[in-house]
Design a protein around this ligand. Structure first.
Ligand SMILES: [Zn+2]
Length: 91
């Protein structure tokens, strides 16, 4: 898991995520399943802590080691889109 504090750290992973065409399943708001290169699915959670920091958790090896993995980036891009829509609906 890692704390999303800036988007620069995501750049590398975003590039990789774009190269690998994968499938992201929406499980619930903030919880997604991302298909890995071997066809297995990793669970990614995007949470907002009370302090306002965004926490991203992926259950792949890299994610557990605190790396910004491409699965989490795929899930994040979906999450950000859904979160934005939610705000709009809430208005
Ligand atoms: Zn991962």
């Amino acid at each position: 898991m890692y704390i999303l504090d800036n988007e620069i750290q995501l750049e590398k992973a975003v590039l990789k995520a774009k190269k690998i065409r994968t499938h992201v399943k929406f499980i619930s708001f903030g919880v997604y399943a991302v298909r890995g290169t071997k066809g297995n699915y990793y669970e990614v959670r995007c949470e907002r802590m009370a302090s306002g920091e965004k926490l991203v958790l992926c259950d792949c090896k890299g994610g557990l080691a605190g790396l910004v993995c491409w699965h989490s980036v795929c899930a994040l891009s979906l999450h950000v889109g859904i979160a934005r829509q939610r705000v709009e609906v809430g208005r």
